[in-house]
Unconditional design. Structure first.
Length: 108
């Protein structure tokens, strides 16, 4: 009997909309080998402080009721602070929810 995939694991059906000035980022893979050729186990790897923007909110709500547009967009590769945001798992993907102010730069 074939095992069915959970509906949330179908990446074409995942719709995740952060609120306000929040951004969802998927971290880049960490390096498995050092520059000197040493293979690192998973426990010794640092989590990279860069990734790809998966989803963005509508922008920060201003005093006059309008929203300021975000400076990043879906698909941007970004650098962010090491301890920024909250990590969560959505099916098999590990994602990071952070504020736009935690993003330091867009990699072009």
């Amino acid at each position: 009997m074939a095992k069915k995939k959970a509906p949330c694991c179908d990446s074409s059906k995942i719709k995740l909309q952060p609120l306000g000035d929040r951004v969802v980022v998927e971290r880049d893979e960490s390096e498995a080998v050092t520059a000197g050729g040493i293979v690192l186990p998973d426990t010794a790897k640092d989590k990279p402080a860069r990734g790809k923007v998966i989803s963005t909110g509508d922008g920060q709500l201003l005093d006059d009721g309008s929203r300021s547009p975000l400076q990043v967009k879906v698909g941007d590769h970004v650098l962010f602070t090491s301890y920024a945001g909250d990590t969560f798992k959505l099916c098999t993907r590990e994602l990071l929810l952070l504020s736009e102010s935690d993003i330091l730069a867009v990699i072009k």
